[in-house]
Design a protein around this ligand. Structure first.
Ligand code: UD1
Ligand code: MG
Length: 453
């Protein structure tokens, strides 16, 4: 449903992430092949926000580069000192000059929140000034507690500041909050840091709103949706949850996997109906598999497009820019990078095809290598339609092999091969009659002499 109110996202990503014990900023740790922050950006983007502001701090430069890649329109603002979540949101004020509408605060380290839940929050704004996202916590521990009065939120109390009775409340704060921009920034101006943590808490906002006669509420979602990542163990559990959900989605799309628990997807993997994925296949980002394709066991794919009816593997590696046309065949121990493999073309065994075009129906023999790199620059190899490349051919790029041409096995091809020509580029064979037997006899005699001495 379209949301009438303009939305601005404020994504908090300045925190240290101390418990990750990492040089990498927490929000850049990957989940399903994309940094955590990308998941928050994606969920938020589904609301078609008018503006997106990311608050950075620890590792700001790296975070800003990642944000630019996933959300080029987002504005990053640095929070030089991390003085608390309220202080963090306040940093967004200059970037939201002239914006009227609702601000939705998200966390960069909370990747599972769904667009549907965010939409519910924004819709609840129709009847309440402040909307907080809550969840029933299995272990409320360090979470802020939502103190409800009926369906109204009276205030949020942080665990550190809570009384024993308040700590017994299990309805907890996810940290996500929606409010009218002007109201939010006005209330944030009133937030102090006289609390157990000495921080400016965003969570003071609902209580301040209520004290002014405004209304606040909390809507509930599943705890799994608000799962935040603070440790490597939590990152691993989150990855497991992500994979379980993605496998279910792929199976529901009409894909066969006999051992889905051994197949690993990225956030953006697309697999067409009636494709088959055998066990132990790993997908990096940006892979599309069309209908009816077969991905055989132990293959690794990243940035690749596999067209209908193509077969990949077992033990194949498709790297970014691998583009397989219908019915193409990439066999065992074959690596393909930045290369188009034409319709029905076959690269069946032990080959490297990089920076290349392989025409339709071409057959690339075992052990063929496109020698694409001279140590400084990359060069292209073109292989024509229906060409037959003999086993163990080295194609020293830049080079073109014409349509219907052949290369002899073991050739080192350094010059273009015209259409329909046969290129032979290897030492000529010489047979010496009887020489093998003589040589053997001499070697055996030599060995016997050595052992006797
Ligand atoms: C916060 C909430 C708590 C809630 C919990 C849910 C507050 C005061 N408490 O606690 O009620 O139950 O989240 O996980 O809001 N950040 C900044 N700048 C800062 C401080 C934090 O950008 O100065 C970012 C962090 O990177 C993180 C998020 O804000 O993404 C939450 O901060 P964190 O320190 O994890 O807050 P909690 O103590 O977990
Ligand atoms: Mg936290």
């Amino acid at each position: 449903m379209p949301i009438a109110t303009p939305i601005a996202l404020v994504i908090l990503a300045a925190g240290q992430g101390t418990r990750m014990l990492s040089d990498l900023p927490k929000v850049l740790h990957p989940l399903g092949g994309a940094p955590l922050i990308a998941h928050a950006l994606r969920a938020g983007a589904a609301l078609a926000p008018e503006r997106t502001v990311v608050i950075t701090g620890q590792g700001a430069e790296a975070v800003e580069t990642a944000v630019a890649g996933f959300a080029p329109d987002a504005v990053c603002i640095r929070q030089e000192e991390q003085l608390g979540t309220g202080h963090a949101v306040l940093q967004a004020a200059p970037a939201l000059e002239g914006f009227t509408g609702d601000v939705l605060v998200l966390y960069g380290d909370t990747p599972f929140v769904t667009p549907e839940t965010l939409t519910c929050m924004v819709e609840a704004r129709a009847t309440h000034d402040i909307v907080v996202l809550g969840f029933g916590a299995a272990d409320p521990g360090r979470y802020g507690r939502l103190i409800m009065e009926g369906d109204k939120l009276a205030r949020i109390v942080e665990a550190k500041d809570a009384s024993e009775a308040e700590r017994a409340v299990s309805f907890c704060n996810s940290g996500l909050l929606a409010a009218d921009a002007a109201t939010l920034f006005r209330l944030l101006g009133q937030v102090g840091n006289g609390n157990a943590a000495g921080e400016y808490y965003l969570t003071d906002v609902p209580g301040l709103a209520v004290a002014e006669g405004l209304s606040a509420t909390a809507i509930a979602c599943d705890e799994a949706e608000t799962l935040g990542i603070n440790t490597r163990a939590e990152l691993a559990s989150a990855e497991a949850l992500f994979q379980t959900a993605k496998r279910a989605e792929i199976l529901e799309a009409g894909v066969t996997m006999i051992a889905p628990e051994t197949v690993f997807f990225a956030y953006d993997t697309v697999v067409g109906r009636d494709a088959v994925i055998e066990p132990n296949v790993v997908f990096g980002p940006s892979v599309t598999i069309e209908t009816g394709a077969l991905i055989r066991a132990f293959s690794h794919l990243e940035g690749a497009h596999v067209s209908a009816g193509a077969i990949v593997g077992p033990y194949a590696r498709l790297r970014p820019g691998a583009e397989l046309s219908n019915g193409a065949r990439i066999g065992n121990f074959v690596e393909v990078k930045a290369a188009q493999i034409g319709e029905g073309a076959k690269v069946n065994h032990l080959s490297y095809i990089g920076d290349a075009t392989v025409g339709e129906g071409a057959n690339i023999g075992a052990g063929t290598i496109t020698c694409n790199y001279d140590g400084v620059m990359k060069h292209e190899a073109q292989i024509g339609a229906r060409a037959f490349i003999g086993s163990n051919t080295m194609l020293v790029a830049p080079v073109t092999v014409g349509a219907d041409a052949m290369t002899a096995s073991g050739s080192v091809i350094t010059e273009d091969v015209p259409d329909q020509a046969l290129a032979v580029a290897r030492g000529k064979q010489v047979n010496k009659p009887g020489l093998a037997a003589k040589l053997m006899a001499r070697l055996r005699a030599l060995k016997a002499k050595k052992e006797g001495s």
